[in-house]
Design a protein around this ligand. Sequence first.
Ligand SMILES: Cc1cc2nc3c(=O)[nH]c(=O)nc-3n(C[C@H](O)[C@H](O)[C@H](O)COP(=O)(O)OP(=O)(O)OC[C@H]3O[C@@H](n4cnc5c(N)ncnc54)[C@H](O)[C@@H]3O)c2cc1C
Length: 355
Amino acid sequence: MVVIGAGQAGLSVSFYLKRLGLDPGNDFVVLDRGPGTGGAWQHRWDSLRLGSAHRVNDLPGMDELGVSFETADRTLPAREVVADYYARYEQHYGFQVVRPASVTAVETRGLNLAVSFSNGVTEQDVTTDIVVNATGTWGSPFIPWYPGRDDFGGLQLHTTDYVAAENLVDKDVVVVGGGTSAISFMMDLEGSAKSLTWVARRPIEFLGEGELNLEAGAAAVAAQDAAARAGRALPSIVSGTGIPRTRRMQAAIDRELLVARPMFSAIEPDGVRWADGTFQHADVILWATGFRPELRHLAPLKLREREGGVTVAAGASWKDPRIFFAGYGPQASTIGANRAGRTIARQVIASLSKM
Ligand SMILES: Cc1cc2nc3c(=O)[nH]c(=O)nc-3n(C[C@H](O)[C@H](O)[C@H](O)COP(=O)(O)OP(=O)(O)OC[C@H]3O[C@@H](n4cnc5c(N)ncnc54)[C@H](O)[C@@H]3O)c2cc1C
């Protein structure tokens, strides 16, 4: 069997498959686009640190390595810490992840599935009876359409393109989005950008320090689950949960940096315009507007529903019992991905024993 993706979800599935008796490299193979370890975390921007805004749950069995994200160095970029811990984890459990291996297609071949992948130079394929898709969302950035978007004369960046504030010195920057990434960018760019304007679709609900609105969090996960089970496109998580404020955020709120304007109504070649006629010049529009699940390579299997999503219940595809989804919808957090590992590994073993 094949696991696609070595982020939190793919590694967690691998851990439980091994624990249930499968031999990594022989009974299952993990393919990852890479280029390095760390899943999507290896691509995150320079200033992102692990801490109160970004918490990564330990992978199952990580205690055997004597490391924990809870006690990780908060002065180092999160991408370095996560890449390092995942590398040690892969090594410790002998997962033998194949990378770079970018999966381009999964299709039916006879009674089996053929998984085609490329290392950038050569194309190969492997046949298998079961695929666990754990490809996350980073490779599928989402930018909403607004009138004039294609005529903007400045630079449009998405979260996936953001590297460091130094690259946007003396620019008029409009940051779009209502989540933690948009807030991080506002704080990061303060002092470098010439002007900073923040816009969001909904008013931002800042929660008390360290407070997690558990009820809203549970409701948001339930909404993801309901959409996944109905084959609908997944709703945004952050709009339902609010943003737990850190001390740094509180200080930024106090100095009135974090004041979001409502969304503009149109984009013009040199800026953005609101419905009331006001205009803001912009050199850069930074879209912190989220992601969609990365599923392009599964297109030959025709799993997509008319409702816009794929139908997934407890990690299993409803249309094709050979396909599992780890880290999808309600599992799209590091804690959700951990749980997915256990649930999906058990189902995989049950399927294999029926074959
Ligand atoms: C900016 C940002 C900050 C976040 N902060 C947090 C946080 O603090 N705490 C938290 O719990 N969650 C956070 N999340 C959500 C977070 O991404 C998930 O919790 C978790 O890391 C996702 O794990 P994953 O394994 O599902 O996906 P990923 O980490 O994206 O791993 C997917 C893997 O699949 C590989 N892949 C993708 N497509 C292919 C393909 N076609 N072929 C081969 N390999 C492929 C990728 O290279 C990658 O290694 C954040 C998300 C974002 C965008």
